[in-house]
Unconditional design. Structure first.
Length: 135
């Protein structure tokens, strides 16, 4: 079953919430195209998702560095792992055109990871950063 919409936890930093929503919307658009059985726009949407993720992770990492977040390395390592997996999945799609594999990754792995990552690492990071940012 395709889970194109997600219920995302909210965090204490506004830009993170906006970026999470944008990521979820790009993921949903990809799943909608896949459910429609068409490969139209998938490459473009995957590129947008990848570029969005790079920028978002960079912004989060900058925030963590600026606030001296004590477990920055752990959070950054997860970002690096997710980006490496994303690059590999996009390459697999472009090489094999396997809609089923792309759908499964986006539906299950990406959807489950996003919610879990926001609920854990991003919530703690945002709370820590918000407490150290000037009002």
């Amino acid at each position: 079953m395709i889970q194109s919409t997600l219920s995302l936890p909210r965090v204490a930093v506004d830009f993170m919430n906006r970026d999470h929503d944008e990521f979820a919307n790009l993921r949903a658009a990809l799943l909608d195209h896949i459910a429609g059985g068409t490969a139209d726009a998938i490459d473009s949407l995957l590129d947008q998702l990848h570029q969005h993720t790079i920028r978002h992770f960079a912004d989060e990492e900058k925030l963590m560095q600026e606030t001296n977040f004590p477990v920055y390395t752990v959070h950054k390592e997860e970002h690096d792992s997710v980006l490496a997996d994303m690059v590999a999945r996009i390459a697999h799609w472009r090489r094999d055109g396997d809609l089923a594999a792309l759908q499964k990754w986006l539906d299950m792995a990406v959807g489950e990871w996003l919610v879990a990552h926001i609920a854990s690492m991003d919530t703690v990071t945002a709370r820590f950063a918000a407490a150290r940012q000037p009002p």
